[in-house]
Ligand binder design. Structure first.
Ligand code: NAD
Ligand code: TDX
Length: 332
């Protein structure tokens, strides 16, 4: 694969993946990104211009998508509206981008016979009880809770149907919660880090008992590249790094690493329909393709992420006031 089209490559996980591609392969990369509020040109600026080209456009626009797919050997599809809280305020861009956008890409890869990898989330499976010994596997029934996760679930089902009905050469991955550099400060970990850097207290929804299964975004990138190169067409692979933590534990660790008392946080209004727990069993990916996560020490990963936000204030500062004003309206 010498030419790879990456949708959403200016977003958090997509841009980290583009860096990974440039470092680990010889491929030339075209990024198709609409540059929504969540995007960051700066994340791509440091990459060599002869390897990475940014096309600003919408994945739901067939006229933009078709020629880019025609000249690509593979498409890796990250572009999405990605934040649950935003999907509760206004689901419409989620339906448009996550469903219509994915449909538009699928029609293009079908026309051109192009290999397609669809990046999705563990949230399509709904949630688990805190004491459930089971974790999500590739055969767990879909049961999404939010407008965000339901549109991601719908997009996964479109991909499966295009594989079966039209023979599209696609794979799907469903990954757990990512953290690392360039994550938008609306999301949990960067919101709390930048709160503390700003002298504000972290905000925990509800009682802070909800559990997320954290993976460093660099491990997500290596898993997606492994599936793109060696995954079996038509298959779904779950990506996770055994990183379950309650939100309260995450905040207490952050506070401690940032030299604050570990109880210096506030409990705020819960998210409606808030999923209790996610947990991934990634045995299939490990056994079949030999993938292993490398950044499994969550505490040192958090410390490095804190350093990144401390060192890159110019990147997040312009968004902080808007993000906090929006949360304040929701009592969060
Ligand atoms: P993000 O919001 O940081 O980035 C999304 C990117 O997509 C942005 O650059 C945005 O401009 C672009 N985009 C949005 N609508 C577009 C459109 N219509 N056309 C072209 N580009 C568009 O999201 P992220 O956290 O990097 O997530 C990337 C993907 O990974 C998503 O598909 C998400 O569902 C999935 N995922 C995320 C996580 C996580 O923890 N963040 C976990 C599992 C899976
Ligand atoms: O201020 C907060 N306080 C808080 O307690 C915020 C922003 C969040 N939370 C909680 C809600 C969740 O239990 O922290 C947890 C993580 O929240 P988010 O960062 O919003 O992530 P989540 O809703 O779990 O979804 C994320 O992981 C799966 C990504 O945003 C999705 O794109 C991905 O599919």
């Amino acid at each position: 694969m010498s030419k790879i089209l990456v949708t959403g490559g200016a977003g958090f996980i997509g841009s980290n993946f583009v860096h990974h591609l440039v470092e680990r392969t010889d491929a030339d990369v075209t990024v198709l990104d609409k540059l929504t509020y969540a995007a960051s040109r700066e994340a791509l600026d440091v990459l060599p211009a002869e390897r990475v080209t940014l096309v600003v456009g919408d994945i739901a626009d067939a006229d933009v998508v078709d020629p880019l797919v025609a000249e690509a050997d593979a498409v890796v599809h990250f572009a999405a509206e990605s934040h649950n809280d935003n999907s509760l305020d206004d689901p419409s861009p989620f339906v448009q981008t996550n469903l219509v956008g994915t449909f538009t890409l699928l029609e293009a890869v079908r026309r051109h016979g192009t290999r397609f990898h669809h990046v999705s989330t563990d949230e399509v499976y709904g949630d688990l009880a805190l004491d459930d010994p089971q974790r999500f596997t590739e055969t767990t029934p879909y049961n999404p809770s939010s407008p965000y996760s339901s549109t991601k679930a719908g997009s996964d089902l479109l991909v499966r149907a295009w594989v079966r009905s039209f023979g599209v050469a696609a794979t799907i991955s469903n990954c757990s919660n990512n953290y690392g550099p360039f994550q938008h400060i609306e999301k949990f970990i960067p919101r709390q880090i930048t709160n503390v850097l700003d002298g504000r207290r972290p905000r925990l929804y509800g009682q802070g008992t909800n559990v997320r299964d954290w993976i460093h975004t660099a491990d997500h990138s290596s898993a997606v590249l492994t599936i793109l190169e060696r995954g079996r067409v038509g298959e779904t692979y779950l990506i996770g790094a055994d990183g379950e933590e309650s939100n309260r534990d995450v905040v207490e660790t952050l506070l401690e690493l940032m030299g604050q008392p570990s109880d210096a946080y506030d409990l705020v209004t819960d998210r409606p329909g808030h999923d209790l727990r996610y947990a991934i069993d990634s045995s299939k990916l490990r056994a079949e393709l030999g993938w292993e996560p490398r950044f499994t020490d969550f505490r040192s990963g958090l410390a490095a992420t804190i350093d990144w936000y401390r060192d890159n204030e110019a990147w997040w500062r312009p968004h902080k006031e808007t993000v906090e004003a929006r949360y304040a309206e929701a009592g969060q």
